[in-house]
Design a protein around this ligand. Sequence first.
Ligand code: ADP
Ligand code: RBF
Ligand code: MG
Length: 390
Amino acid sequence: MRIATTMPLRKLISCVVLDLDGTLLNTDGIVSEVLKAFLGKYGKPWDGRVAQRIVGKTPIEAAAAIVEDCELPCTVDELISELNPMFSDQWCNIKPLPGASRLIKHFNGHGVPMALASNSPRASIEAKISYQPGWKESFSVIIGSDEVKMGKPSPELFLEAAKRLNSKPSCCLVIEDSLPGITAGKAAGMEVVAVPSLPKQSHLYTLADEVINSLFDLQPERWGLPPFQDWVEGILPIEPWYIGGPVIKGFGRGSKVLGIPTANLSTEGCSKILSEYTSGVYFGWAGLSTRGVYKTVMSIGWNPYFNNTEKTIEPWLLHDFDEDFYGEELRLTIVGYIRPEANFSSLESLIDKIQEDRRIAEKALDLPLFTKYKKDPYLSISLQNNEHHS
Ligand code: ADP
Ligand code: RBF
Ligand code: MG
């Protein structure tokens, strides 16, 4: 049983209003790729600041921000007509964010009416979700920014969504990743859960009623909605993820400061994969090409206690090795989620938590549900073929 189920109820909610880009779909990676290629043509550099400036904006606002920021020699309209086909080509490659399909299935299965309210035009929304099986039919209402006078942060989109859901705004729960979206939800008089898509931004989200790290952490029961029933003894089984690469020398802090050795995978080799996974503490099986397959608990993220600048994946193999294995091929099958990454006020409390994670992972991995993955051929494929699958 999760501790938080005993937390007080916030509000009685009957409908859920969802944002699409950055909340349900991992659009950011595609947007970065397209803009990088496009700006390259004009000899302009791409950096993350551009991404921060356009999050949650309507396409027109985003284009205006890019023309201004990058001092492009074209009009906003020209930029849009050049970019649009480049984006449409990529929609089939957009992946759902971790937990998105689970959430949609859950609310749909429990008859909770859902609206999709996005700053994209209606046609783009329909095109994007057409690649996600079962999504379109799950929404009672789909509404785009071209169907109202003003997009987010104006409350209009959300108010119109509530109207079409036949619901009072105060009975709607908005789930949003961007600041304009959160502002719009509060202005509409709705309850708002923020799931920031950019790291280390939660301090900007004070307007939201709750800030969570990923869709895995949503607790519908806190809003009077049916709880998820797939948590087992404090862990959430997930569709297996596969990741791997040669072990590289880490920061030396895990073993030296925490007393917990963590193998590091090169962030370069894993960056694309890492960007698809939300930060958090996970568990699964690790295969070392010359040694065997071991239970593993790992953190994925920025390790706030150490204030890292890069997202890392750090598996702790739950076995006593008497030597390092730098350079060896390590393969991971990630099968369950434990908790969001957290900041700790003391080293002792961080270590206590990691030890608790280890006990949870060790116990969980004995369940038949998870032991079956120990035999996954991916874990023992030899060094020559280091393509990850799925
Ligand atoms: P940090 O723990 O901060 O990453 P190091 O990179 O110096 O520090 O040490 C971790 C290294 O120790 C790994 O790369 C691996 O070779 C080795 N190692 C030994 N035992 C384990 C284990 N149980 N889990 C992970 N790595 C281990
Ligand atoms: N570091 C954090 O700052 N916050 C965490 O919540 C956190 N959780 C961890 C969970 C596990 C299972 C492991 C192995 C490590 C965790 N760390 C966490 C530490 C971090 O991943 C890493 O070991 C240190 O940053 C040293 O490089
Ligand atoms: Mg390391």
